[in-house]
Design a protein around this ligand. Structure first.
Ligand code: ATP
Length: 664
């Protein structure tokens, strides 16, 4: 659904429905539910809430799937949850520098590891097991009745820390239920799920004898029937999945494949336990428990992430089965969770637009100094802005380096080939949203750059963690404007992270001219890009303690600066602004300029009326900024690119907005 917006001397523009949605709800900022601004483009993230409070459109949560008694309670987010009343006993096992080193050989000698598995991992030629691997392998396998939470810094081998014990378990139980799934691993993005599958295949390749323990990935954006054919043909012991697709498969085939599950793993557990995913995870857990042939509390749950604290136990309470839970920590209580080998810095500009100039100038310098031998990831706040930034960087640098665009609006096939390529390439720049922030293991990334703030505080740690992995060095640069400084303060206050290197930046006329010439977008697209940013920043005002009246006009001013007319505001019609409730707001006036209609009046007004008549939206007071942002990107996306439009259809995006409206 499109809405008209007027621009000086031009026919009315059509902008995405979330443009109006965004502004119409200017006063409603729900940080907690709206902070995730990237999306994976499928049910994995779009269909959450299916088992929440039934408002007539949603499917009710199926209480059959909850194996433990639940008490009904109301949480901070005004959602109805059915919470398990008891908590498991949390047993902390803190970081211990003096503990005896655990090696593959010692695990073999103790009889913890089978010789075939020992052989496979030894062939990978790691100098030693990483701290998290040393700490988790044995306790996960021990017969004691406990779940496990494990925290370790980014890039320190958490994937093998759960895959090694899973393989060992499969070896230990190889004669039982041979053709059944025994371990289910859940990841928040498709790319991460596929990456974990590739890690399983590495173990297979190191010892063909282990290939009998088959693995299938079930992720959105891929052919469902092909995946089911694979399930039937391979009869895997390990399934790696994103939540939405896993629920689809469980609903149809839980009896056939999933009655013998002993382990479920949540990689990036804190992300999977946020609102949006948590209900799906509870559904998955409920189905797996109910179908389990041994008992409804047979399944051991393993939670892994670089950013975890005791709160995760509360969030995971409904999916943990055991009476005890080991919290295996490799990070000291007061130690920052960010990896200490990352050389962090922040570049502070006066204007948000200067962040772009600063990043371009920085990259230019790096490419020159490193003679194009430069591998970097640059994060941006929204899909639209990511595409926009990628266009600028391509125009500037594509003759020197490959510049790759990566976000949830790109088809899965293309995403997979981009990931493959960027893993292999020695140099290049990956321009991405937070869809690439967690878990992705791209070797030898020199730097992580961030233009603007991430979608949630923890993602700062995950974003910068794409460098300095596997024992390597790395650097990160955060480009922010002065109005974004409260974010840095929050990093200090909440995450105990102090960015020691801080410098101020002012762009030269030369770099400004250069970047403006490199702008690949039409002015009308630019307004969409900036509106997506406004939406994104509105959604995290509370979390990052931004000043609304400063940050939003500051972001909006980017429109004029990039249009080479700093006075130029984002043009909208009076009626449009009134409908948004912003015509008398100083913030509205600071950001937008009312223009007269100039042709195509009927069409634009109809578009607008259509939008306003979206009663399902109006009636939903909990509709989140995050969704508004997504809708914006989605609506834009539909008309920006024909190829992508067909992708939207393939992914059932017709019902997408409706699902979003129904979500909260
Ligand atoms: N014992 C080891 N020694 C050296 N490298 C290892 C070891 N185990 C795993 N690795 C490698 O370290 C890299 C990072 O591993 P992995 O992706 O599992 O990290 P992670 O801790 O899960 O990171 P993130 O928090 O970002 O998800 C991978 O390339 C992996 O092959």
């Amino acid at each position: 659904m499109l809405t008209s917006v007027l621009i000086k001397g031009r026919a009315p523009l059509l902008v995405g429905r979330s443009f109006s949605v965004l502004l119409k709800n200017c006063s409603r900022v729900n940080c907690e539910v709206s902070k995730r601004l990237y999306h994976d483009g499928d049910r994995d993230q779009n269909n959450f809430g299916r088992y929440q409070k039934n408002d007539g459109n949603r499917r009710p949560r199926n209480p059959r799937f909850n194996s433990r008694p639940r008490t009904r309670s109301r949480d901070d987010d005004d959602e109805v949850h059915f919470d398990k009343s008891t908590f498991s006993k949390l047993i902390h096992v803190p970081k211990d520098e003096n503990s005896k080193e655990v090696t593959l050989d010692s695990l073999l000698e103790e009889g913890v590891l089978d010789k075939e598995l020992h052989k496979a991992i030894t062939r990978m030629e790691f100098a030693s097991l990483t701290p998290v691997q040393q700490k988790t392998i044995k306790p996960i396998l021990s017969s004691e009745d406990h779940d496990v939470i494990a925290r370790a810094k980014t890039g320190t081998g958490k994937t093998f820390a759960f895959l090694i014990p899973i393989f060992q378990h499969l070896i230990n139980t190889k004669l039982d239920s041979q053709y059944m799934v025994k371990a289910v691993i859940v990841a928040p993005t498709r790319d991460l799920a596929l990456q974990i599958e590739a890690e399983v295949k590495k173990i297979h390749d190191m010892n063909y004898g282990l290939k009998k323990f088959g693995c299938v990935s079930l992720v959105g954006g891929t052919d469902f029937r092909a995946a089911m054919d694979k399930m039937n043909k391979l009869r895997p012991n390990i399934v790696i999945a994103t939540p939405g697709r896993l629920i689809d498969v469980l609903e149809r085939t839980s009896n056939k494949f999933f009655r013998f599950v002993d382990y479920k793993v949540l990689d990036e557990a804190d992300r999977l336990l946020e609102i949006g995913f948590r209900d799906d995870l509870e559904t998955i857990s409920g189905i797996l428990n109910e179908k389990n042939s041994k008992s409804t509390d047979n399944i051991k749950t393993l939670l892994f992430s670089a950013t975890l604290d005791d709160k995760v136990q509360k969030l995971a309470n409904n999916i943990m089965n055991k009476k005890e839970c080991l919290f295996l920590d490799t990070v000291d209580k007061n130690e920052p969770e960010a990896h200490e080998r990352i050389d962090q810095s922040v570049v502070i500009s006066k204007k948000f637009a200067d962040n772009i100039f600063a990043a371009v100038e920085h990259i230019k310098k790096q490419i020159t100094e490193r003679d194009s031998n430069y591998k970097a990831i640059i994060f941006a706040p929204t899909v639209k802005f990511t595409s926009f930034l990628c266009g600028i960087l391509q125009n500037e640098f594509k003759k020197k380096l490959p510049i790759l665009e990566f976000h949830g609006k790109i088809t899965q096939n293309k995403r997979t080939s981009i990931v493959k390529r960027f893993k292999k390439d020695e140099s290049g720049i990956l321009v991405c949203t937070d869809v690439g922030a967690r878990g992705m293991d791209f070797p030898n990334v020199h730097e992580v750059l961030q233009v603007g703030v991430p979608s949630e505080l923890a993602n700062y740690i995950h974003r910068i963690g794409r460098t300095a992995r596997s024992g390597k060095e790395g650097a990160s640069v955060l480009f922010i404007c002065k109005d974004e400084l409260p974010f840095v303060k929050e990093l200090e206050n909440v995450k105990n992270i102090t960015i020691a290197k801080q410098e101020t930046y002012e762009p030269s006329e030369e770099i400004k001219t250069e970047v403006l010439e490199a702008l690949s977008q039409e002015a009308e697209d630019l307004s969409d890009v900036i509106v997506s940013l406004i939406s994104s920043y509105r959604s995290c005002i509370k979390e990052y303690r931004f000043s609304e009246r400063h940050i939003l006009p500051e972001i909006a001013s980017t429109y004029g600066i990039l249009s080479n007319d700093p006075e130029l505001k984002i043009p909208v019609s009076r009626r449009f602004l009134e409908k948004l409730g912003l015509s008398r707001s100083p913030i509205g006036r600071a950001m937008f300029e009312i223009r007269d209609y100039n042709g195509n009046k009927d069409r634009s007004e109809n578009s607008y009326d259509d939008e306003d008549s979206d009663s399902s939206f109006r009636s939903n007071s909990n509709y989140s900024n995050r969704n508004r942002n997504r809708d914006h990107d989605d609506a834009q996306y539909g008309r920006d690119n024909n190829n992508r439009r067909s992708f939207s259809r393939n992914n059932d995006n017709n019902s997408y907005s409706k699902r979003n409206n129904n979500r909260y």
